[in-house]
Ligand binder design. Structure first.
Ligand code: ZN
Length: 268
């Protein structure tokens, strides 16, 4: 389908959607003149699962492609979360550190975030309910979405990953020893993406969200949460730009393996 036609379909879906009644706990607004941004990704999730933990892109370069997103660092040194142009590194001590331009990433997903969906959530929701709710407010699950939720969370279960030394073990091995952090009654921000099912192997299908506390001191990759109230924002895009590493372990990694089960355990 040509892109114009796709976009018209989207607008139509959006229009229909805006005219549908929603629950008392949600309100949705959409900007029909919205220009979709490009989601920019370094490497593939399967390469990360296979232990390709070093990349050649610096954060200085990555910032040119977005002010919002998630990822990791060379040697798998923690979880990255970015929003409002601020990038943070949550190391295995659970502490959030500012990211320096010279740091490099083997896997990251970013975009310039300009949300067109704004939904107030005034009803308590666990992670599954939150995902279901998102599904009910977004016009199609076949686009890429950047998703941000600012709110008060009764509970957050997050993890980070410890810095690895060579030879690098696969991510499934690292995940067995990943530190897990729990937060109770905390204000903060979830930032990340929803990728369609067909993106499997390239990115994490479904939701992939990282968390940062409001004081920007702690966070991690989300495993579970319970939102009490908050504001949900999302932006769709149908423009996906992926850049692969040009040298190193990526060239030799076996990316033909079906990692569906592993990706589900490790990243979703
Ligand atoms: Zn993550």
């Amino acid at each position: 389908m040509p892109i114009e036609e796709k976009f018209i379909h989207f607008l139509h879906a959006l229009h229909l959607h805006r005219n549908q009644p929603h629950g008392s706990h949600s309100r949705i607004t959409g900007d029909e003149n919205h220009q979709a941004h490009e989601v920019f990704q370094i490497s593939t999730i399967n390469a990360l699962l296979e232990g390709v933990y070093d990349g050649d892109m610096t954060y200085a370069q990555l910032r040119k492609h977005g002010n919002f997103g998630l990822g990791t660092f060379n040697a798998l040194d923690g979880e990255m979360i970015a929003f409002d142009g601020m990038f943070y590194q949550i190391k295995s001590d659970g502490v959030a550190y500012p990211v320096h331009d010279i740091q490099k990433t083997p896997f990251a997903v970013v975009q310039f975030f300009e949300p067109e969906f704004h939904v107030a959530i005034e009803q308590e929701m666990d992670y599954e309910q939150l995902k279901d709710h998102l599904q009910s407010v977004l016009p199609t699950m076949n686009f890429f979405y950047a998703v941000r939720i600012d709110g008060f969370f009764n509970y957050i279960k997050a993890r980070s990953v410890p810095r690895q030394i060579k030879p690098y073990p696969p991510l499934v091995e690292v995940a067995k020893t990943q530190p897990i952090f729990e937060f109770f009654d905390v204000q903060g921000t979830l930032a990340g993406f929803r990728f369609p099912d067909y993106a499997r192997g390239v990115n994490v299908p479904g939701y992939h969200l990282h968390f940062l506390t409001e004081n920007r001191k702690a966070g991690g990759h989300i495993l579970d949460c319970r939102l009490q109230y908050g504001k949900l924002q999302a932006e769709h895009t149908s423009n996906f730009h992926m850049e692969l590493p040009r040298e190193g372990a990526f060239l030799k990694a076996d990316l033909s393996r079906d990692q569906r089960g592993v990706a589900h355990r490790v990243e979703e």
